[in-house]
Design a protein around this ligand. Structure first.
Ligand code: ASP
Length: 356
């Protein structure tokens, strides 16, 4: 762990943050096979922040950096990665005023959603960020994202898992990656910004945050995600012409404990005979099945269309306007716990961290 004290600032040592570096493009460097996560992130981050103006450097809170021993491209993240991060934040919680998690962008919103369920009742900021260009690339978005993430992670009024990216602070459990190339890569389609950069100011909107909406002591839930780390939960995005046998191939497998279905529009499925039977059988076997829309905005209303009418009868839970990330990681989180099925079902339908 390497301590970094920026120039004399308004912060005390009690305000120090912990930066956890997991890998991702922001820390990548070129090797013989292409871009791969590079080491020595603490020194590289300090060198980058030294390019800020003196006033900006003075506004930085003190921070320390830890790097994971195995740095990953976030495509390699699994539920165990989410669990390890939550455990690290939980163990170190009281030693730091806030946390910044440096993460690849490809699955950043999945990790953020999972952390939100594991770190319920969080009383300080946990801000995830990354970048579309490596930190040392000319014109990289990495420096701006690091700077903003540090600023928001030092704000005590922010009391939840958030993503800072390209000037926007988003609720982690509401965010999706919306662009594969542009710097403005993240959005939260069904929830307003938690904060934003306005010129050189970082503005948080407390009335939109969990700090005000869910006061209370931390009530972390840190189940053993090894129970759901072997493909026990699947995500099925419907397509025209889909046949019941294909759904059966997934849901009939005894290893499957839960599934997220992505329906059309407000909750429509193909009118293929047998499709609802496959769903009803799986849910009758005690599998946790939930549905959201394929549309990035708007909610599902199961039963609004005749073709989708039988979904509720088949035991499918409405995911309302949740993102795929939030719905999937919630199924994982609930299925990792020894809860009776009716409690899992009831908790899925209840907003736990402002995810629906
Ligand atoms: N492939 C990279 C990752 O997700 C992309 C990124 O970091 O932006 O780790």
């Amino acid at each position: 762990m390497s301590p970094h004290s920026p120039l004399a600032s308004a912060f005390s040592q009690n305000d120090r943050l912990l930066v956890i570096y997991t890998g991702g493009t922001i820390g990548m460097q070129q090797n013989a096979n292409g871009l791969a996560p590079g080491g020595d992130f603490a020194a590289r981050m300090a060198a980058a922040l030294a390019q800020l103006t003196l006033a900006q450097q003075r506004s930085l809170p003190p921070y320390e950096v830890i790097s994971y021993s195995t740095l990953i491209d976030s495509s390699a993240a699994t539920p165990l990665t989410w669990q390890m991060l939550a455990q690290d934040v939980s163990e170190k919680l009281t030693a730091y005023a806030g946390f910044v998690i440096i993460h690849g962008t490809d699955t950043l919103s999945w990790t953020a959603s999972s952390l939100a369920y594991q770190l319920q009742g969080l009383d300080r900021p946990v801000v995830l960020t990354g970048s579309m260009q490596p930190l040392e690339a000319p014109g990289s978005d990495g420096l701006g994202n690091l700077y903003g993430a540090l600023q928001f992670a030092a704000m005590p009024t922010l009391q939840e898992v958030a993503i800072y990216f390209a000037g926007k602070l988003l609720r982690g459990a509401r965010a999706i990656k919306q662009h594969s190339e542009a710097a403005n890569a993240f959005t939260s389609p069904s929830y307003p910004l938690l904060g934003e950069r306005v010129g050189n100011d970082f503005v948080v909107y407390p009335s939109r945050g969990l700090g005000l909406q869910q006061r209370g002591a931390p009530r972390f839930e840190l189940p053993d995600y090894r129970l759901v780390n072997h493909g026990e939960v699947v995500r099925i995005v419907l397509w025209p012409g889909m046949c019941p046998w294909q759904l059966e191939a997934w849901l009939g497998d005894a290893r499957i404990k839960g599934a997220l279905l992505q329906l059309w529009g407000a909750g429509n499925i193909p009118d293929a005979p047998g499709l609802l039977d496959v769903l009803a059988n799986a849910s009758g076997e005690g599998k946790l099945l939930a549905a959201i829309s394929q549309c990035p905005q708007g909610a599902v209303h199961l039963g609004a269309y005749a073709a989708g009418h039988g979904l509720s009868d088949a035991g499918i839970l409405s995911g309302d306007d949740m993102t795929p990330e939030a719905a999937f990681t919630k199924l994982v989180h609930l299925l990792a716990q020894p809860l009776p099925l009716d409690v899992q079902r009831q908790r899925f339908l209840t907003p736990l961290v402002g995810e629906r």
